[in-house]
Design a protein. Structure first.
Length: 228
């Protein structure tokens, strides 16, 4: 399986390190955060393939983190890992659109199998999707853009990530800092100017008049929006 970026939110340091160590053995790239408020900040500024989320956390509990993430339109798969095992807690987790719920104590092998299943499901859904932007068509599984005038353009990974994120929030403004983190990678030294140049290249492909964009709109001082 391709390496995945996984945010582990667990306030028990020893348990969190153990989970991260085993995720690394499985070939993934985990990041451990022990506070809910800090985890929320990371999810708003960077892209992860999966979140393993405890409920009882300092700063902000896991339910609040999940609720706020979903309200922001972030659809990253979330596996709740908690000692709270009541039916009410499980139902609440799924009401906030968790993708899975595993109670403590847990079998490590089962956790890793559930992680693998969630990643397969998410990647399978993403591989089949496509987006129409006016008379343009994007096929994400092929990294292919078929333009309004019939050209076939191969998208770079950054271009594909940018278009996917804008499409997920279609009609809404996505702030530049979020686009930089998601498109160019967390911790990147790339500037907002790099993002603007990326947008400029895409406009030349999808717009009939790149100087007067119809689809990829600039919201000055905030970010970009993909028009409905």
């Amino acid at each position: 399986m391709t390496a995945a970026s996984i945010l582990v939110v667990e306030d028990e340091a020893l348990l969190g390190r153990m989970i991260c160590d085993n995720l690394r053995i499985d070939g993934h790239v985990p990041e451990l955060q022990r506070r809910g408020d800090v985890a929320l900040e990371r999810l708003l500024e960077a892209r992860f393939d999966l979140v393993i989320l405890d409920i009882m956390l300092p700063g902000l509990d896991g339910f609040a983190v999940l609720e706020r993430v979903r309200k922001r339109g972030i659809e990253t798969p979330v596996l709740i890992l908690s000692a709270r095992s009541s039916d009410n807690d499980r139902i609440r987790g799924f009401e906030y659109r968790a993708d899975d719920y595993l109670t403590k104590p847990f079998n490590l092998k089962e956790l890793l199998l559930r992680v693998a299943a969630l990643l397969r499901r998410a990647r399978g859904a993403n591989e089949d999707d496509h987006v129409a932007i006016g008379d343009n068509r994007i096929e994400f599984d092929k990294h292919l853009l078929v333009t309004w005038d019939g050209r076939s353009v191969t998208l770079t990974p950054s271009e594909a990530r940018l278009l996917r994120l804008l499409a997920q929030h279609r009609g809404k403004v996505v702030e530049r800092h979020e686009l930089v983190a998601t498109t160019l990678g967390p911790g990147t030294a790339a500037s907002v100017r790099t993002l603007d140049n990326l947008v400029s290249r895409l406009r030349k492909a999808i717009e009939t008049d790149p100087k007067e964009p119809r689809w990829l709109e600039t919201v000055r001082g905030v970010g970009y929006r993909l028009a409905l």
